[in-house]
Ligand binder design. Structure first.
Ligand code: ZN
Ligand code: ZN
Length: 276
C-alpha cells in the first residue's frame, strides 16, 4: 500500500474509533500460540521494512499481545498489514524496557485502537512513558507475576546500561511443550534471565528463547561461555536477533546442543495446542 493511502487508512480508523469508541477486543477462545516478528533490524524478507528495534506479535489463547513496538510506528503498522495481522485485534501491549527502539511505536499501535488497549510497563519506566503518551491505559509491573493465565512477566530486572540504570521485564508463556521466553534486549544478562526463569518454574523445560541477547560487544570467548551455559541449562532452542550481534548469531547457528531457529523480521513460530 502506498504510504499516503496507508496514512489515510490510519486516520480513517482513528476517526471511526473516535466516533464509535472501540471496546478492548478479545479473540475467540482457542488454545494455540503464534508469534510473528513485526519489527527487527535483522531481516531476510525484502518485502518488509527493517529498522532499529524489536517488536513481536503474540497470539496466545484469547489474547493478542504486542511485545515492544520498535522505533517507528508507521513501519510497525505497515509491516503488520503486509503480514496480514489485524491490529484491531490487539488486546495488550507489553513493554520490556524504556529504550527508544522498543517504545517509539506505542502511540501508533495504541492510537489505532483509540487507546482502548492495556499496556504493561516496568514500574520504574511508567512516568517517562506516560509523559510521552498521556492517554495510555497501563498497568505497572515490578514483580514476577502472572498477567493472564499462562502469561507471566519476570518483573523488573535492573541493570546498568551506558551509566544509567535500566529495568527490563521479559515475558514467559506456558505451553505443554515447555516455556517460551521472549526478551527485548536482555540488558540484565542472558544468564540472569534464564536463572530467574528456571528458579520460578522448577522442573520445567525452556522450549525456546526469542529476542535480543545483547552480545554485540562480547568476544568470541565470552560468546562461547554463554553458549556453553545455555547448553547446560537444557534449553531446547534459541532464536537470537535484534541486538544479539552478527558474531554471536553466527556462533549460535553453528554450535551444537541448542537448536537455532531463525526469528528475524517476518518469521513466524506456532504451537497449535498449548494446553497444559
Ligand atoms: Zn534494543
Ligand atoms: Zn535496550
Amino acid at each position: 500500500m502506498k504510504r499516503i493511502t496507508f496514512i489515510s487508512t490510519i486516520l480513517y480508523i482513528l476517526a471511526i474509533n473516535y466516533i464509535l469508541g472501540s471496546p478492548v477486543e478479545r479473540m475467540d477462545n482457542k488454545d494455540s500460540l503464534r508469534i510473528v516478528i513485526t519489527f527487527n533490524n535483522c531481516s531476510s524478507d525484502t518485502n518488509l521494512k527493517a529498522g532499529p528495534g524489536f517488536s513481536a506479535w503474540i497470539e496466545y489463547k484469547e489474547r493478542v499481545l504486542i511485545f515492544d513496538t520498535g522505533s517507528d510506528y508507521l513501519t510497525l503498522l505497515e509491516n503488520m498489514e503486509k503480514l496480514n495481522l489485524d491490529f484491531m485485534k490487539v488486546t495488550d501491549i507489553f513493554i520490556s524496557h524504556n529504550h527508544w527502539d522498543h517504545i517509539y511505536g506505542i502511540p501508533g499501535i495504541a492510537g489505532v485502537k483509540n487507546f482502548q488497549v492495556n499496556t504493561f510497563i516496568p514500574k520504574s519506566s511508567v512516568d517517562a512513558i506516560i509523559q510521552q503518551v498521556p492517554r495510555l491505559i497501563y498497568k505497572e509491573v515490578n514483580e514476577f507475576k502472572e498477567l493472564y493465565p499462562g502469561i507471566w512477566s519476570t518483573g523488573e530486572m535492573s541493570s546498568k546500561f551506558l551509566n544509567t540504570t535500566i529495568a527490563e521485564q521479559m515475558i514467559i508463556l506456558e505451553t505443554k511443550e515447555g516455556l517460551i521466553v521472549i526478551t527485548g534486549c536482555s540488558h540484565p544478562g542472558i544468564e540472569t534471565l534464564i536463572n530467574l526463569v528456571k528458579g520460578k518454574f522448577p522442573g520445567k523445560t525452556i522450549k525456546l528463547l526469542i529476542g535480543g541477547f545483547h552480545l554485540e560487544k562480547k568476544t568470541k570467548e565470552e560468546i562461547k561461555l554463554i553458549s556453553d551455559y545455555l547448553k547446560e541449562t537444557g534449553i531446547k532452542a534459541i532464536a537470537p536477533s535484534h541486538c544479539t550481534g552478527e558474531t554471536a548469531i553466527e556462533y549460535f547457528k553453528n554450535s551444537n546442543g541448542v537448536d537455532y531457529i531463525q526469528m528475524f523480521l517476518g518469521n513466524e513460530y506456532k504451537i497449535l495446542n498449548v494446553k497444559l
